[in-house]
Design a binder for this molecule. Structure first.
Ligand SMILES: [Zn+2]
Length: 429
């Protein structure tokens, strides 16, 4: 039975921050400790309050112990197209991404990339991610095999696409269903693995395939469903051309009964009032991908409007349209996107979003995203003085909120000092 006590400054969120310094929204312990037994948190408190017989004590001193970061939308199979030069989403997909994803048919390629993807996640302090794999079932096997090897709670699924892409990337409605079904049987609920039914988007799925995806959702209601919606003007126009009977882009997914509280809708930038209302009614999650939206020039996510309407929101890297694996950098860019909209994202809110906020978006708040007895011990340890520039800036920092803002603005993987996955150290302290 493994037992560990981590010492350091401890920060965990209790609820969504309602104001810039909403002290009710978090718990911060200056001289704190977290006790871990068999992969779970069993205690959190002041140094002298937390005891665990026979535990190894690891002292992180002034570093900040937080829940591991969560990324709610990423394409691990696009690691080698990050930073490819394109005018917009559809050009980027056709000229680079649909070419790159064909390589996952090659023996051994998925394993090669998956291994590096998980290494990168750990370097960045991300302990859970929701990933699109390629159309090839082997890419899903490689993803979950690597996740299991590291005992990480990961969500993923095979992309379903049966039109408007190069022939080698296409399945059919039936094959997409059969392969997804087999992968769900093989992986969903095995260890910490969770499956996401993944019709890529309406542009690359026939009505028959969206029906097949809905059938999988009905048969496996505890699986996620992930897709893309309303990212780019040309994409929206093409979707409406392909599905002229649906009222709007989101309406396509609505018509096929693909919307619900486990539906993760990547981008959700240019939603109409009707679409926004449908998102709120169905409990579907709008996933904000700031670095991707800026890189591809897709548009500025309207967080305030969605929040006012009661839409659930997640935040994500969207690698490889996105340009950083770091959730710190992702929220740095989220802040700037919202600045351009004259909307406020407080430092507390940023750190809430990448931890408890994203676990709530996934309905996993009982397992990950916060530090409390019973939660999985997925943790990140951050050093706010990791670089000379950060250390210099830290000299003038007077509050927790200012420190978090510094971490978000100047921090990246260099600020990640240690990562624990189900209580096991993944990176030397
Ligand atoms: Zn995406």
């Amino acid at each position: 039975m493994s037992r560990t006590i981590l010492r350091g400054r401890v920060l965990t969120f209790l609820d969504e921050p309602k104001a810039r310094d909403d002290h009710q929204s978090y718990r911060y312990i200056e001289h704190g400790a977290v006790a871990i037994a068999d992969g779970r948190v069993v205690g959190i408190g002041e140094l002298d309050e937390v005891a665990l017989e026979g535990a190894e004590v690891i002292d992180h001193q002034r570093d900040l112990i937080m829940p591991g970061f969560i990324d709610t939308h990423v394409h691990y199979v696009q690691m080698q197209v990050i930073g490819t030069y394109a005018a917009n989403l559809l050009e980027w997909l056709n000229d680079y991404t649909f070419v790159e994803e064909q390589r996952f048919a090659q023996q051994g390629h998925a394993g090669y990339v998956a291994h590096r993807y998980f290494d990168e996640l750990i370097r960045q302090g991300t302990t859970t991610a929701v990933a699109y794999c390629s159309v090839h079932p082997e890419s899903v096997d490689a993803f979950f095999t690597e996740a299991a090897r590291r005992n990480m709670l990961m969500v993923g699924g095979k992309v379903m696409m049966d039109r408007n892409a190069p022939e080698p990337l296409l399945d059919t409605a039936q094959r997409g269903y059969d392969e997804s079904k087999a992968l769900i049987g093989r992986w969903h609920g095995q260890g910490r693995a969770l499956y996401a039914i993944s019709p890529r988007f309406a542009l690359t799925s026939t009505p028959a395939q969206l029906e097949a995806a809905a059938a999988l959702m009905r048969e496996h209601p505890d699986c996620y469903m992930q897709t893309h919606v309303s990212e780019n003007d040309a994409e929206i126009a093409f979707a409406r051309e392909l599905y002229p009977d649906s009222p709007d882009y989101l309406g396509i997914y609505e018509d096929f009964s693909l919307l619900g509280p486990k539906s993760l809708m990547g981008h959700s930038i240019h939603l109409s009032h009707r679409e926004t209302a449908v998102m709120a009614e169905t409990g579907a999650v709008a996933v904000f991908c700031p670095t991707s939206n800026l890189f591809l020039g897709s548009g500025l996510f309207d967080r305030d409007r969605l929040m006012r309407a009661g839409v659930r929101i997640g935040v994500a890297s969207d690698i490889g349209g996105g340009t950083s694996y770091s959730m710190l950098k992702t929220l740095d860019e989220a802040y700037k996107v919202l600045q351009l909209r004259q909307q406020r994202l407080t430092p507390l809110n940023s750190f809430y979003m990448m931890t408890l906020g994203n676990s709530r978006a996934l309905g996993l708040e009982g397992r990950i995203g916060s530090i409390a007895p019973g939660r999985d011990a997925d943790l990140v340890v951050l050093d706010s003085s990791a670089t000379p520039a950060m250390a210099l800036r830290m000299e003038t920092v007077k509050s927790l909120s200012e420190e978090l803002f510094l971490l978000q603005t100047l921090g990246d993987d260099r600020a990640v000092k240690a990562v624990y996955v189900a209580g096991a150290s993944m990176k030397a302290a």
